[in-house]
Design a protein around this ligand. Structure first.
Ligand code: AMP
Length: 305
């Protein structure tokens, strides 16, 4: 049994009101793999890196028991590159540049040893590549979670619509839910998106938490109000990785477990934003995670007298 994460492995240039970071390791897959590794010890990565990617980073992933047999190395071409600049409120950002490079024609090869996959995280990547990954698994995983973004809605909408028919849980942010559905109300947007194929939808709302829709129910999870948010990059991927990692740990797919998984994903995301890149996700302890979970519980617990 294993959990496959397929997604971009990036070098990011990030500018926030608090500083700048150049060519730091990012990408959807590293954030998601590291987050999932805190709950599940059989995380397997599928992705591609280019000639300028710092190979020492792979050792960090191995320390987290992340299997990298499915990580391709292209020594000819440059790594995937992304640069973004956050607005003062940190809730929104502009993509300055996306250099697909090695990702442009990435063919996701699934090693034979990965065919025991029960949990599949399709982290941010071209929807056609996400779809290929699903089709290359001989047995359909028990749970397929897919994350995507407005970039793909703009340039590959048809592929995206085809791919979401094949999955269980879609995670997108509120602006993307509105773009995909054409509805302003998030409830109407969710109903429309659920009619497109996914059984569950998670709408991420940054510092305002997340909403889970499915089985005719809605669950609202808060985000932890933090004193300092340094760099929100990767929070969505960390959230999704923590979510699926926790689901893999508990092993049963239902709405109740997903509610807890959302809280665990949110807790991991709250660590992610405290430093640039994946730094904070490299050395968390169980005690730190448990303390955050306790904060989430007390944050939203109340009694009607
Ligand atoms: P998030 O903040 O969770 O949306 O994720 C940000 C990460 O996604 C960054 O580390 C980027 O390298 C990566 N990313 C940005 N654009 C894309 C894209 N079009 N495809 C795949 N990954 C991307």
């Amino acid at each position: 049994m294993s959990l496959i994460v397929i997604g971009s492995v990036a070098l990011d240039d990030i500018e926030t009101p608090f500083g700048k970071a150049d060519k730091i390791v990012g990408g959807a897959a590293p954030f998601a793999c590291l987050a999932a590794s805190y709950f599940y010890d059989k995380v397997k990565l599928v992705g591609i890196i280019g000639k300028n990617f710092p190979k020492s980073e792979i050792g960090v992933w191995h320390n987290h028991h992340i299997d990298t047999e499915g990580l391709q190395v292209d020594e000819e071409r440059l790594n995937f590159y992304w640069s973004g600049k956050y607005h003062t409120d940190m809730n929104s950002r502009d993509t300055l540049e996306t250099g697909l490079n090695v990702l442009e024609d990435f063919d996701p090869i699934i090693p034979e040893a990965y065919q025991d996959c029960e949990y599949l995280m399709l982290a941010n990547l071209a929807p056609s590549t996400q779809q290929t990954a699903i089709k290359r698994l001989k047995k359909r995983p028990k749970l397929i979670v897919m994350d995507t973004m407005n970039f793909w809605m703009d340039i590959a909408l048809n592929d995206l619509l085809e791919t979401i028919k094949l999955i269980d849980v879609l995670t997108i942010n509120d602006a993307e839910a509105r773009q995909l559905s054409g509805e302003y109300s998030l409830v109407k947007a969710a109903n429309k998106i659920l009619s497109m194929g996914p059984k569950y939808l998670i709408i991420k709302k940054g510092e305002h938490g997340a909403l889970l829709f499915g089985e005719g129910k809605i669950f609202a999870a808060p985000a932890l109000p933090l004193e300092d948010v340094f760099d929100p990059t990767g929070a969505g991927d960390t959230f999704a990785g923590g979510f699926i990692g926790y689901m893999a740990k508990v092993g049963e797919v239902n709405f109740t477990n997903m509610k807890n998984a959302i809280i665990y994903g949110s807790a991991l995301a709250s660590f992610c934003v405290e430093t640039f890149g994946t730094e904070k996700l490299k050395n968390l302890t169980k005690q730190e995670i448990d303390a955050r979970i306790a904060q989430f519980v007390s944050l939203s617990k109340f009694e009607i007298l």
